[in-house]
Design a protein around this ligand. Structure first.
Ligand SMILES: [Cu+2]
Length: 172
């Protein structure tokens, strides 16, 4: 059985060069090459389909400006805030003296890996990182441009008031 099949295919294959020769004697040497592999023309279609989903990411840069104010009695008014790539977070003073603090090193690491702080945060001797402090109403403590989506909730608190003044950034 298998032998006869082989013989058939061999004989069929033997005919192809003949067809090529016939074409070669005519104009189209390339026409013969195209006739041999019909399969290679299929992949380009899937490649074109794969290119289609790319446009959406370009639309994300239009982020929003999110303000979080520190005030007295001690609190971040916007205690839980959802943020995403393209957003800019502004920590401002309403009343009292406050600063942004990530007291846990892993949270500081996540913050620095996903956002650009202006002015830059500084390392704390006890671990984590923090901004400077401000105390005049309306003053900007620090801003953070979100570059990458958060993979989890990101807690922070206050340089002056510590964990009595908790805040939370959440992924959108
Ligand atoms: Cu505070």
């Amino acid at each position: 059985m298998s032998r006869s099949r082989r013989n058939r295919s061999t004989s069929a294959a033997a005919w192809l060069p003949l067809g090529c020769l016939l074409l070669l004697t005519g104009l189209a040497a390339q026409g013969c090459k195209k006739a041999e592999p019909p399969a290679p023309e299929a992949p380009p279609v899937t490649a074109a389909e794969a290119e289609a989903p790319t446009p959406p990411p370009a639309a994300s840069p239009a982020g929003e400006e999110i303000t979080i104010v520190g005030r007295m009695p001690i609190e971040w008014l916007e205690r839980e805030v959802k943020v995403g790539p393209g957003d800019t977070i502004l920590w401002r003073i309403e009343k009292g003296k406050h600063g942004l603090r990530f007291p846990v090193q892993a949270d500081c690491d996540l913050a620095l890996a996903t956002m650009t702080f202006d002015p830059p945060l500084t390392a704390r001797p006890a671990g984590g990182c923090e901004s400077g402090t401000k105390s005049t109403a309306g003053d900007l403590i620090v801003s953070a441009k979100v570059n990458v989506a958060l993979a989890r909730d990101l807690p922070y608190d206050c340089v002056i008031h510590g964990d009595n003044m908790p805040g939370l950034l959440q992924p959108k």
